[in-house]
Design a binder for this molecule. Structure first.
Ligand code: SDX
Length: 430
């Protein structure tokens, strides 16, 4: 990484700040010594211009709509690979050989079961508990069951915890779904591939044989690839910050799940589908476009806009293609939600408000239609996002832990509260 320098003039001080260049993408001004040299902080709520770390995992060019995992374009990985291959790539930095892939698949498959006492953990929830609430609780609770992989200073324990999380998320997600619908849990069947195993754990019932539809399994596996990682998004930054204190990996991933749940982030897929259902028919789209543009109305088009993408989210394009594939396979003709979504996208992309603000559909705009068609309730959509994103969180967490310069994350603030004042007794307060 090469570096030059820049000069910052603050009051009567002139400060030299190093400029660091990456492989591709924006350079950074290293301000780590700024406070020591000027007594001032930088100010960037929402981190719109702030690089919180150096990373080699995922690269996004928001203006060009480019997404690379370890340098490989998302389109090529989604087309040619499978989700566990993407997991290997994100974790180890290279695509696996056939032998490495077989070994990795075997290692993940050997961790798909959860401690049987987790079943009792579920029964503490109400049946109508949101599956994301269950996931936050259960993933955090994994640290109560797997103490032998919580020592983050031990590379072997970090690897075991990583395998456990990638392997057990589908099992826990399926258990959350089964508990929600009042059906018995289905144990993993290790002869199946990762995503087929998940579909079977969700939709098989003891009363009859369940046959995985290979087209749906391939489509969902591709959806997992699209959701696997995305640079320093809110939930990944949450995982990194939690991990910087030395918290165990299960607790860090639970923190990431909690953050992902928000409708501005991973919760947008659930919110987007509810929005399409609320719009209902294409003739009502103008009313909602007007609401989205109205500064006094908090309504936003869910599944539209992105902090980084100021062009079409490359994942949304692949997602839309997958939606058509799934609906065709299921024989769903003229899905009213899809009709509204396509019409809404066409209108929004021609509207000067959305053009000027560079608001395009993001990955959450089409995913809900696909997942609903597959049989998942809306409340499970963000759980599937969390399932897929677990590998990205783990890869980013591992990169942080292995960084010798890593320190606890501790941002500062601009204080605008009351200056120092003395205590006044209640009698004196009038
Ligand atoms: C994900 O970061 C990631 O990488 C996330 C993610 C990942 O893979 O991890 O990609 C996953 O979270 C995708 C985003 C899902 N969220 C939504 O679809 C919710 C709807 N989108 C918005 O809430 C919003 O676009 C965000 C949260 C996604 C981005 O917010 P920003 O970057 O803070 O942008 P902003 O809120 O400052 O909006 C800029 C302008 C504003 O208008 P002005 O105040 O400048 O006049 O655009 C407007 C906003 O009002 N705007 C929208 C809008 N999104 C932004 N107006 C209407 N509808 C929208 N969806």
């Amino acid at each position: 990484m090469s570096s030059t320098s820049s000069t910052l003039n603050v009051d009567d001080k002139s400060v030299e700040l190093a400029v660091k260049e990456g492989t591709i993408g924006p350079s950074v001004v290293d301000i780590s010594k700024l406070y020591g040299q000027t007594g001032m902080f930088t100010y960037d709520p929402g981190f719109t211009s702030t690089a919180a770390c150096e990373s080699k995992i995922t690269y996004i060019d928001g203006d060009k709509g480019i997404l690379l995992y370890r340098g490989y374009p998302i389109e090529q990985l989604a087309e040619h690979g499978d989700f566990l291959e993407t997991c290997y790539l994100l974790l180890y930095g290279e695509l696996p050989t056939a032998a490495q892939k077989a070994d990795f698949d075997y290692r993940v498959t050997r961790h798909t079961m959860v401690h049987d006492q987790m079943n009792r953990f579920f029964t503490g929830f109400r049946r109508d508990a949101h599956p994301m609430a269950i996931m936050v609780g259960c993933v955090g609770a994994l640290s109560a069951f797997y103490h032998d992989s919580t020592d983050i200073s031990d590379p072997h324990q970090r690897m075991v915890a990583s395998m456990r999380m990638i392997a057990k998320m589908p099992t826990l997600a399926a258990m959350a779904y089964k508990y929600h619908v009042g059906q018995p849990f289905v144990y993993p069947a290790n002869e199946l591939d990762y995503t087929s195993n998940f579909l079977r754990m969700c939709f098989a019932v003891p009363a009859e044989e369940y046959k995985v539809n290979p087209v749906l399994s391939r489509a969902l596996d591709r959806i997992f690839i699209l959701h696997a990682d995305h640079e320093q998004n809110a939930s990944t930054s949450t995982v990194r910050l939690a991990g910087s204190s030395g918290a165990n990996p299960f607790a860090c991933i639970a923190a990431g799940i909690a953050c992902l749940w928000g409708p501005a982030h991973g919760g947008a897929n659930e919110a987007a589908l509810k929005m399409l259902e609320e719009i209902g028919t294409p003739d009502r789209i103008p009313e909602y476009i007007a609401k989205a543009k109205d500064k006094n109305d908090p309504f936003r088009l869910m599944g539209f806009g992105h902090r980084v993408y100021k062009n079409y989210d490359p994942r949304a394009r692949i997602m839309q293609k997958t939606t058509h594939e799934v609906l065709n396979e299921l024989g769903v003709k003229d899905d009213p939600l899809l009709e509204v979504a396509i019409e809404l996208e066409q209108i929004a992309l021609r509207d000067e408000y959305f053009v000027e603000k560079k608001l395009y559909p993001n990955i959450d705009f089409y995913s809900g239609i696909t997942l609903k068609a597959m049989g998942f309730p809306t409340s499970m959509f963000t759980v599937l996002f969390a399932l897929a994103r677990t590998v990205g969180w783990i890869a980013q967490w591992s990169e942080m832990i292995e960084d010798p310069s890593q320190r606890i994350g501790r941002p500062r603030q601009l204080y605008t509260g009351s200056p120092k004042r003395d205590y006044v007794t209640v009698a004196q307060r009038g």
